[in-house]
Structures are given as structure tokens and as C-alpha cells.
Design a binder for this molecule. Sequence first.
Ligand code: MG
Length: 396
Amino acid sequence: MRQTACWEDYTSPCQLVALIVLCSQMKITRITVWQVPLPLKQPYQLSGGRLKVEHLDSTFVRVDTGEGLCGWGEGCPWGHAYLPAHGPGVRAGISTLAPALVGCDPCAVDEVNRVMDRALPGHQYVKSALDIACWDILGQAAGMPLWRLLGGARAEAVMLNSSIPTAAPEVMVESIKTARAAGYRVHSAKIGGTDPAVDIARINAITDALSAGESVTFDANRAWTPGIAVQVLGSVAARGWIEQPCETITQCAQVAARVCQPVMLDECLHSFDDHLQAWRLRACEGVKVKPNRLGGLTRARQVRDFGISIGWQMHVEDTGGSALADTAALHLAASTPAGQRLATWLSHPHLAVDPVPGQGARNAGGFASPPTVPGLGVSPSPDALGAPAAVYGDAT
Ligand code: MG
């Protein structure tokens, strides 16, 4: 059997152009940056009410090449207090990274990341939008949607989960009813406070209110000390996932060794080394994989593949943003084996604005499917985004 493709296999002009583009080096000629304010429909509180978010500061980037292809990415922290990530810091970091990337081949995504790491060590969240834009170009050049490039077999419909902000127990139960009406059967309920009795009441009220076939993760967003976590989790009948009970990997490992519930980690994981440490310390049975926390799809894919290898279960989603950021993460979620893929949260339903109307991953009865066109499948209108915040490289 012949193993290699020949020119005559590429019968259409489009396929031939794609092959020529894929086999030759492309060059980044221009990087355009927009600040995109994203107000929430309602203020969102988490971590026992310690953290309140009312609007997101998002950064969109478009990477242009000399070959005519362009790719889009989005970097958007969930406010300033959720992670060590700062909305204006994304654009400040890009001002250092973009000049180093002009002239690079965007399809060489690993080399793109090495160039960014040399130019600016750490600061992973500022690299995500640029990395995702390069994956968009790679997908277009290859003629494949990202879920396929990332190892998936089909445009899998991914189950979605709601996100229920911290409130009084009865208010959270009402929020779950509203989410249920929108099709959600998996919920992430935000708990975590200094009074263990209140969290016990929240967990018990929500557990009792679930319908058959529904499940809930209780996310403390690092609010508890290990002592409070052990006290609360030992006092409730719920045996579902508990997420990020304490601040550090070591503290969470202390809790995981003492409680019956499986532990999921999120905010304490920033690098591959963090994931390795979590595994060594047996700190969790699952993790959240978020491109904007880890530095983009290249790093998120690495963590996802590690998680598959060691048997973790994973929520693959992003930290926040519009349907653009949601869609990039959903491509990775859809390419993750179903047995290790938990539900995915979409950020954009929380927003009062939609900068990419109708595009990308959307809730359809509690599920969302990634686009099937080559690349990311979300292409904002530059006119709708307004004046760019910065342009690097060829400004013509
Ligand atoms: Mg979380």
C-alpha cells in the first residue's frame, strides 16, 4: 500500500493550495490587538463571597501571515482576583511578545511557544491568545478543524455544566432550577466560606434539590483551610466532586487524604510541573484544563494528554471570555476521550454582550459542538471590534 501522498491525490485547487501552504514555511507579518470590554449580565460571586466579578477585560488578537491566512485568539482572565492574571497585563505582555513573533512560522506551534518563553519567561496567561491564533492558522493551512488536529475523531457534542454563584442555600437552589430549564444537567456550585455550617447547609440543600440524572461539583475556589475542608466534607452525605478546597497543592493533598469525595484541582495549576506535583502528592483525581491559565492550546494539550495517561478525569474549558475563547477550549474538550472528559462550562452565556454573534460553541439543550470548518471556526468582524489597541509588524 502506498503510504505517501502524491500531487495527483490533491484533485481540487483548494486542496492543492492547502498542501503547498502546509509544506512551506509561513511567516507572521502582523499582529493586531483589541481590548474588548465584556460586562456580565449580573455580578458573580464565588469563594464564599470573597471574590466578586462584574465585568471582564478581554483581549482579542489577529495574527496575519504573508500567505494571506489569518488566525484569531482571545485572552480573558475572570476578573482580577480569581487568578494571578490581569486583563491589562495581557496587552502589556503582548507588547513584548509580538515583536519577537513577527517573522516566525505560526504553524510551528511548539517553536512559537519557545520563542515566547525566551522573550518573556512565565506569564503564561498573556501567551494564550497568540498561541490559539497560531493554532487557528495551522488548522486552516491543514484544512482541518482544531478538534481533529488535537486528536479527535468527530465534532463530538460535549456536555455542558452550569456555574452557580455563591449565595444563600435557597437562592442557589433557585439558580439550579433556572440552569435546568436551559438544559444543564451538570452543575458547578460555588461554595467556600469561613462558617462551616453555612457550607454544610449549601451542600445539603443543593444535593437534596437535584433531579434524577443530575450531578453537581462543589467548588470552594480555595476558600477553606484544610481543617475546615475536612470538617465540612466529613459532615455531608454528598460524594460527588469537590473542587479546589484550599489554596495550594500541598493543602489540597492534605484534604484529599482525609475525605471520601474525589478532589478536582483548578486554580493552583499553572504549569506542567504543577500537574506533576499534584500527581506525585495524590492531591486529586481530576483537574480543570484551561488554555488561558496554562498559556494556550499547546500547553493545555500537553496537560490533557498527561491527564489521559494517568487516568484523571478533566473539565476542559476556559477561564472566561467570549464565545471565541469558549470555542478554542471546546475543540480540546471534544478531542478528549469521553471516559475522561467531564462537562464543559461556557463563559459567554454570562455576558451582556456578544462580540462574535452567532459564531462558535453555543448551548443546545445542555450540549455544545465545535465548528467543523478548518481552524478555530470563529472569525470576529474587525469593524465591530473598533479601533485596535496596538498593531505590531507590517501596519499596511
Ligand atoms: Mg473552579
